[in-house]
Design a protein around this ligand. Structure first.
Ligand code: FES
Length: 82
C-alpha cells in the first residue's frame, strides 16, 4: 500500500527501513525524518504523516527496547576498595 504519494513510499518500504535501523542500532530513536533519509527521499506536502506515523507504530521494531537493570549490583570489595 502506498503511504506517501508524493515520494511513492509504501508501507513495506517503511517497515523495511525500521527493521534495518533497529538491526543497525538497538537503541536508536526512529523518526519519520530518519526513514525518509534512509530511503533517500524527503517529505513534501506532509499530508501522509498520520498514516506514515501509524504505519511506523505498527512495526514491532519501532520502539526502543527497554533495558532491564540488573537486580543485583556488584558491591565494592571493602578490602581491596574495588
Ligand atoms: S504524501 Fe507524503 S509528503 Fe506528500
Amino acid at each position: 500500500m502506498i503511504v506517501c504519494h508524493c515520494q511513492n513510499i509504501t508501507d513495506r518500504d517503511i517497515n523495511n527501513a525500521i527493521d534495518w535501523m533497529r538491526a543497525s542500532d538497538a537503541r536508536t530513536v526512529i523518526t519519520a525524518g530518519k526513514i525518509y533519509r534512509a530511503l533517500g527521499k524527503a517529505a513534501d506536502c506532509g499530508g501522509c504523516m498520520p498514516l506514515f506515523l501509524s504505519t511506523m507504530r505498527g512495526n514491532g521494531n519501532f520502539s526502543v527496547p527497554v533495558l532491564k537493570p540488573t537486580l543485583r549490583q556488584a558491591k565494592p570489595n571493602k578490602e581491596t576498595g574495588s
